[in-house]
Design a protein around this ligand. Structure first.
Ligand code: NAD
Length: 308
């Protein structure tokens, strides 16, 4: 048995079997890990069982026998409630001493730090490892994990993260994974708005999409928002613009992540201008029909609001 084998990782309680959680749990099982799942949504439990994930009756039952409690929840408030328990014992109280609480959700940095603090206070260990790569990456096992954890806990979580992802970055101590994730996604939101404005301006100035793409993709404006997720159809055949902006990365998730970035900007007193503006632009995009569209669909709003 090697240090990185599923056999000596112990049982993994996988809580939150939604769009991301279910395929991640399935990949762990396929790789030989001992996984017990749970979701508050009966339909998610049923779907997970059908996909081969054994499920417990409730979260505490799943966590009781686990050495790692992995969470993939919608928000930090839900995570903290599950840890503390609401009107009943929480996960931290019922789990065996020294359980490793590994949160892979995307949540507020302050909430991630609080989650780690109360886990440690209860005699456990904690790590945050939010992901990028979306449902496609979750299914293919090609996610990127941004990890905030004590160096001593990396050996236990690395083997399972390597199954679910292809790139792991240890960003620092507790909360550092979430911090890196929102910095990246704030830049992504800003760069997509910039790319979309450049293409709409190019249209007005009589440039073809291909000509502008050929310049930007090899010049100093080059970025992922142009070279991989190009907001106009044509130049990058796999980009969501070629399938009427079916995500990809949905506007609702970009709005959520920019909201988390905004909280952190305010908390840290950063004199940012574009981050808050991008948060406002994507909140509006999401509220006004873009929630389920790829975030590159912001180009339609810019085009529609333009004169002429
Ligand atoms: P989702 O809503 O599909 O799944 C979340 C699941 O958690 C739901 O099934 C919900 O019922 C369950 N849940 C909520 N409270 C629970 C509790 N107390 N116990 C057990 N289960 C509970 O969301 P998702 O798309 O799978 O995203 C999960 C996380 O990953 C989010 O934080 C999201 O921001 C992040 N993320 C999502 C994507 C994506 O493309 N979907 C990409 C990167 C990161």
């Amino acid at each position: 048995m090697t240090e990185t084998s599923p056999e000596n990782t112990g049982r993994i309680a996988f809580l939150g079997l939604g769009h991301m959680g279910e395929p991640m749990a399935v990949n762990l099982i396929k790789a030989g890990f001992d996984v017990i799942g749970f979701d508050v949504l009966p339909a998610a439990v049923e779907a997970a069982r059908r996909a081969g994930v054994p499920c417990a009756k409730n979260a505490l039952e799943a966590a009781d026998s686990a050495s790692i409690v992995l969470t993939m929840f919608p928000s930090g408030a839900i995570l903290l409630d599950a840890y503390r328990g609401v009107g009943e014992p929480g996960l931290l109280e019922s789990a065996a001493e020294n359980t490793l609480f590994l949160d892979c959700s995307t949540i507020d940095v302050a909430q991630a730090r609080e989650a780690a603090r109360i886990a440690l206070e209860a005699g456990h260990r904690s790590a945050d490892a939010p992901v990028s790569g979306g449902v496609v990456g979750a299914e293919a096992g090609t996610l990127t994990f941004m990890i905030g954890a004590a160096a001593a806990d990396l050996a236990q979580i690395t083997p399972l993260l390597e199954v679910m992802g292809k790139k792991l970055v240890h960003c620092g101590g507790h909360g550092a994974g979430q911090a890196a994730k929102i910095c990246n996604n704030m830049l992504l939101g800003i760069s997509m708005i910039g790319a979309a404005e450049a293409f709409v301006l190019g249209e007005k100035l009589g440039l073809t999409h291909q000509a502008l793409f050929d310049v930007i993709s090899t010049a100093s404006g080059q970025c992922w928002s142009v070279t991989t997720n190009c907001p106009v159809p044509g130049p990058v055949p796999a980009s969501p613009a070629n399938r009427d902006y079916t995500p990809g990365f949905a506007g609702a998730l970009m709005a959520k992540d920019l909201g988390l970035a905004l909280n952190a900007l305010e908390h840290e007193g950063v004199a940012a201008q574009l981050g808050p503006l991008a948060a406002e632009i994507y909140r509006k995009f999401s509220d006004e029909g873009g929630a389920g569209r790829d975030f590159s669909g912001i180009i339609s709003n810019i085009r529609d609001s333009s004169q002429g």
